[in-house]
Design a protein around this ligand. Structure first.
Ligand SMILES: NC(=O)c1ccc[n+]([C@@H]2O[C@H](COP(=O)([O-])OP(=O)(O)OC[C@H]3O[C@@H](n4cnc5c(N)ncnc54)[C@H](OP(=O)(O)O)[C@@H]3O)[C@@H](O)[C@H]2O)c1
Length: 273
């Protein structure tokens, strides 16, 4: 029997793009979903969701902008019910570590009646290459309201490997995988590691939430500044200063180290100014 495709929501993003690549490589049928897909999938327009879900056997869900956003639980609840109506068999949710709203969304997925896997992750290393911190790395100053807290940065390639396994393999249903990298690093230490490979000095400057909010509001608007400032206040209070072993549990191997990520990033030219 022909396998039904996996639908990857957020298919052009940091995790989704990698998952599409992996499933394609495995010969598993896959369809991308984002504002640019055909048919389009738009989080603010639930009328677009049913068409995107039609015929999908499994779904990967990366919510935009973040499960910490106030509207996320309602959106995830509605999506799971549309997915059940569409006959989706398994759903894999990308979630954030230490985020109360994200954990509410996980609960909604657990209660949805679908077969589920939860992937709860720490901060992505790729925030420095594909995310909002790339301009900071290029300027040489990473300013965050993170004090001297340590974060176990996780590699999006590891997240994608776990998600691809959960979408296509056996033994992952009803599992919560908490994914971190293998090492805790303060932002001072992360900036120092980036400096060693980037070809220019990159420093970390801890700033107040007020100063951070003002800077983000100027470049990306006040809604995004509210979201990011609240998120930083929530997760950079020390609650995530521990390692978790979801990569090993799901894949039987260790996660990729931040140093290896930095070497590959520098070699790709993304930090070249
Ligand atoms: N970054 C981190 O450190 C971190 C840590 C833990 C959890 N997370 C979670 O990661 C998720 C984000 O995943 P990601 O980093 O892989 O994605 P991403 O790189 O932020 O990319 C966003 C994706 O969403 C799509 N998108 C943007 N606006 C949209 C809209 N209005 N409607 C539909 N699609 C839209 C984009 O595609 P188009 O532009 O083509 O529409 C793109 O595919 C968030 O839910 C967050 O909670 C992130």
């Amino acid at each position: 029997m022909r396998r039904r495709p996996a639908l990857v929501i957020g298919s052009t993003g940091k995790t989704g793009r990698r998952i599409v690549h992996r499933l394609t490589g495995l010969g598993h049928p896959v369809r991308g979903a984002s504002r640019r897909s055909d048919p389009p999938f738009v989080w603010e327009e639930p009328s677009t969701w049913s068409e995107a879900l039609r015929g999908a056997g499994s779904v990967y869900v990366s919510f935009f902008p973040d499960l910490a956003a106030p509207g996320a639980p309602t959106a995830i609840e509605t999506l799971t019910s549309y997915a059940a109506d569409a006959g989706v068999e398994r759903l894999v949710l990308l979630s954030g570590r230490g985020e109360a709203n994200a954990q509410r969304c996980e609960e909604i997925v657990r209660e949805s009646g679908l077969t589920w896997t939860l992937i709860r992750t720490s901060w992505f290393s790729q925030n420095f290459t594909e995310g909002h911190l790339l301009p900071s790395v290029l300027e040489g100053v990473i300013a965050l309201p993170a004090g001297d807290v340590a974060e176990p940065f996780v590699d999006a390639d590891d997240i994608a490997d776990v998600a691809a396994a959960a979408l296509t393999g056996d033994g992952h249903s009803g599992r919560l995988y908490e994914l971190t990298g293998p090492r805790l690093l303060t932002f001072y230490e992360a900036a120092a590691e980036i400096s060693k490979t980037a070809g220019h000095d990159v420093g970390y400057v801890p700033v107040t939430s007020e100063r951070f909010h003002a800077a983000v509001a100027q470049s990306a608007g006040s809604d995004y500044a509210d979201l990011l400032t609240n998120l930083c206040a929530e997760v950079f209070d020390g609650r995530n200063e521990s390692l978790a072993h979801g990569v090993r549990e799901a894949l039987g191997r260790e996660p990729r180290d931040f140093t290896d990520f930095c070497r590959a990033a520098a070699a790709s030219g993304v930090w070249t100014r």
